[in-house]
Design a protein. Structure first.
Ligand code: CA
Length: 238
């Protein structure tokens, strides 16, 4: 078991070019993911309808239906995270437009290892979203946070916080599991698209800024606990 995320997750790889497909499937399987593949859009849709996937890697240039239309179809019945494989800058523009509800994209040529890391990060993030919504609902009576993942909004004592994207993800992760201590590396992995170990101190900077924002609402409370030499957690008892 190389990766706790990978060991429970099934990924569908949709790519018609056998050499690319094989290297992606191999990289994901070595990370512990269960992998299915499809070489055409209609096969991908069939598979996605008949079994549950935690993530779909979707090539844009497929022989039958293009990846954008496959994604559009998928979105009618599923919120599964999608990472697009794109070959051209013009495709990137459309993916980034997010009209399609893509979660991430990778441009060709890419390293299969980099793609695996993105797959893992996206699955973790989507699991975190589900967990934090549940946690927020469960503790609504006692803890002062309300997380709205869809609107990227966190309220604290019913005041909406003005958070950057990274601050939002950091705070949402801490809120989702009160008392759980996260290392800087784990927080980096959760909140950043391209985690970089040499940047772990930026986690500190962002936590500092989140704390300052929380203080503007309640100067007498310190919800985020520092664990020296390890990282941070959200306080459990209010
Ligand atoms: Ca292709």
């Amino acid at each position: 078991m190389k990766s706790p995320t990978g060991s429970n997750s099934r990924v569908l790889v949709v790519e018609d070019e056998p050499s690319i497909r094989d290297s992606v499937v191999y990289a994901l399987e070595s990370e512990g993911f269960a992998v299915d593949w499809a070489g055409a859009g209609h096969v991908a849709l069939e598979k996605a309808r008949s079994r549950e996937y935690q993530l779909i890697v979707l090539d844009v240039g497929l022989p039958d239906i293009n990846g954008f239309d496959v994604c559009r179809e998928l979105r009618m019945c599923s919120q599964v995270p999608v990472i697009f494989l794109t070959a051209r800058a013009s495709e990137v523009d459309r993916v980034v437009g997010l009209e399609l509800g893509a979660d991430d994209y990778v441009t060709k040529p890419f390293s299969p290892r980099e793609l695996s890391a993105r797959v893992r990060a996206n699955i973790r993030r989507s699991q975190m979203s589900v967990a934090s919504v549940g946690a927020a609902a469960a503790v609504a009576g006692s803890a002062p946070f309300a997380v709205d993942e869809e609107r990227w909004v966190i309220a604290y004592f019913e005041k909406t916080l003005e958070l950057s994207r990274y601050e939002f993800r950091l705070l949402a992760a801490l809120i989702a599991k009160p008392g759980r201590v996260y290392t800087r590396a784990q927080l980096m992995d959760i909140a950043w698209e391209e985690p970089d170990a040499s940047m772990e101190r930026t986690v500190d900077t962002h936590i500092k800024s989140v704390r300052a924002k929380l203080k503007t609402v309640r100067s007498d409370l310190e919800p985020i606990v520092t664990h020296r030499g390890i990282g941070y957690s959200m306080r459990e008892i209010w």
